[in-house]
Design a binder for this molecule. Structure first.
Ligand SMILES: [Zn+2]
Length: 107
């Protein structure tokens, strides 16, 4: 697990601060899945880029920020697919661990 989620909760607060507030955007209307806002989807797309940078592209941190913000409508999130991102995260993590094992095995 990543250290940001585990021990540095304030970091998540910092991530949340990078997210836009839907209240700053005009409402387009409400669908069965939630409220749609003018320009909010694009603002979230850019915010997710910032979140990736700040969290070292950690899907758990990004999801924590999106969830804990309590204001980001799921319907407006397009640049982040938690399930796919977590799979990628663990795949990369496992490869890293394997490389580390190889390193330790011959030193
Ligand atoms: Zn993280």
């Amino acid at each position: 697990m990543c250290k940001i989620v585990e021990s540095e909760q304030f970091e998540v607060v910092e991530l949340i601060a990078a997210l836009p507030n839907p209240k700053d955007y005009g409402e387009v209307g409400t669908t069965g899945k939630g409220t749609v806002y003018v320009g909010l989807d694009e603002a979230i797309n850019s915010a997710i880029l910032v979140l990736r940078e700040k969290s070292n592209n950690c899907p758990m941190c990004i999801l924590a920020a999106l969830r804990q913000s309590g204001i980001i409508p799921a319907i407006s999130i397009h640049a982040f697919d938690y399930k796919a991102e977590v799979e990628r995260f663990w795949k990369e993590k496992n490869e890293e661990d394997r490389r580390q094992d190889d390193f330790e095995a011959c030193h």
